[in-house]
Ligand binder design. Sequence first.
Ligand SMILES: *[C@@H]1O[C@H](CO)[C@@H](O)[C@H](O)[C@H]1NC(C)=O
Ligand SMILES: *[C@@H]1O[C@H](CO)[C@@H](O)[C@H](O)[C@H]1NC(C)=O
Ligand SMILES: *[C@@H]1O[C@H](CO)[C@@H](O)[C@H](O)[C@H]1NC(C)=O
Ligand SMILES: *[C@@H]1O[C@H](CO)[C@@H](O)[C@H](O)[C@H]1NC(C)=O
Ligand SMILES: *[C@@H]1O[C@H](CO)[C@@H](O)[C@H](O)[C@H]1NC(C)=O
Ligand SMILES: *[C@@H]1O[C@H](CO)[C@@H](O)[C@H](O)[C@H]1NC(C)=O
Length: 447
Amino acid sequence: MDKPKEIRGKFFFLFLATFIFLLCLAVRTPRTYGSVPQPRRALDACPSRTSSETITPLNNTKHLLVSAYMDRREAGSDMRIIGIFKRDSIRPLHCVFCCAGRLSSTTPGTIMQHSDRFGFPYATTDVMCRIPRDCNATHVDLLTQPGRVRPLHQSWLPIRNQKTNEKKKTEEFQFNFTVCISNLFGDYNNVLQVAQSLEMYRLLGVDRVVIYNTSCGPDLDRLLRGYVQEGFVEMVPWPIDRHLNPSRGWLFSQSGGDVHYFGQLTTLNECVYRSMERSRYVLLNDIDEIIMPYRHDNLTAMMDALQRQHPHEGVFLIENHTFPKKPFEESKWGPLPRWRGVPGFNILERVYREEPDRSIYHPHKMIVQPRAVQQTSVHEVLKAFGPAFKVPPDVCRTIHSPISTPTERPLEQLHVDTRLRDFTEGLLPGVDAVLRRAGLLTSERQR
Ligand SMILES: *[C@@H]1O[C@H](CO)[C@@H](O)[C@H](O)[C@H]1NC(C)=O
Ligand SMILES: *[C@@H]1O[C@H](CO)[C@@H](O)[C@H](O)[C@H]1NC(C)=O
Ligand SMILES: *[C@@H]1O[C@H](CO)[C@@H](O)[C@H](O)[C@H]1NC(C)=O
Ligand SMILES: *[C@@H]1O[C@H](CO)[C@@H](O)[C@H](O)[C@H]1NC(C)=O
Ligand SMILES: *[C@@H]1O[C@H](CO)[C@@H](O)[C@H](O)[C@H]1NC(C)=O
Ligand SMILES: *[C@@H]1O[C@H](CO)[C@@H](O)[C@H](O)[C@H]1NC(C)=O
């Protein structure tokens, strides 16, 4: 190879490289905008990529974003982004919007960490934002620096509840009662109890059950799929274990981990906002609990009565009562249906109730009007509009049938409480039907 040719080759290569570099620059530059809205161009179009995940990592931070909701209940902000933030690395954030296909200028976000975090490094956190004027916002994302919008790198969250602020009459809600089950995890496979609880909710007037699902056992999976198809249950995928090391306990000092109980505090809030536009009431209880009216036939009749007496309350606290496993005498309480081979246990055999020790802290579960709640925890709301009412236990109790009760009390310290069995007649056909649908009735499996 002679020298001039080699040099020419090098020049040509250099020229080509420069040309390609400039070309790239020309293509890239329009993607980075300052805060001034630009005329519409192909690269300005948004959203280019929307997040279809329920948990979206926020680029360049350790935080996770969950969902975005319109919320104009407080002066100074238009919307709320719910997230799980690493508490020791919280820095200012800026909101950028997609306004019907066009990028907006950025606005500063107001970061509000929830006060209940039980010592964990990650906490439920809201970012409140103003939407710029002249923007019909459809999507939002957060930036660590104002003005550094890179449309192709944003993970846009859709903004939901666009109509929450319209006043609604009772009969205009899609649902009267929604139950929020904050977390399903591990290989939980207590099919019989879950089927009984869900059918009980239905009898009590519940229209929708929202379940946040990290994982579950194979039979429960089948049972729940049937419910999803029918439309009674809404499963929300909750792969928190892919992002964090979730704790199985509620207190950091006892169980360690990144976040309280698989992110329960976040899913409860997410569920309240998810239900805000469509449900009159939301019940916040666990999967092994039933919020049970004792004087009324169903939740509708009870809440109509309670709300008449307490028109300004939007939060109703229901005392938790434990029903431990005790020997069940069929001769005394009537025969139990046999769902042989169905995994899980029969809550109808739990006819003994512990009297709570009211001298120590006694936890509640809740029925809330979602529009009255800003931030919630498990046993109380953290921020709400209006007062809370403690419902007397003779009106309503939370029936808690745990799998195991740590301390067994002698029979004479227990109350007989057969309230659940008042519903047996309606309950049995319903439970049979859903077990059959899932192919879980042993006798029929063999046929
Ligand atoms: C926003 O939407 C409203 C009603 O849909 C419309 O009248 C208005 O022109 C829109 N504004 C912008 C800036 O797109
Ligand atoms: C995060 O930002 C980097 C560059 O800063 C980009 O390459 C990547 O696509 C972004 N990821 C998401 C999920 O937006
Ligand atoms: C909710 O309850 C009201 C009566 O309190 C009733 O008129 C309405 O139809 C119910 N809505 C649903 C979705 O069941
Ligand atoms: C609730 O109970 C009342 C009577 O106590 C009854 O009229 C009403 O139909 C019931 N509603 C539902 C949703 O079951
Ligand atoms: C619950 O989540 C697990 C893990 O992603 C999945 O395998 C299972 O099918 C889900 N169950 C339902 C009913 O959504
Ligand atoms: C519910 O209340 C019982 C007392 O009735 C108590 O022993 C139990 O720890 C409580 N459970 C929860 C989950 O708070």
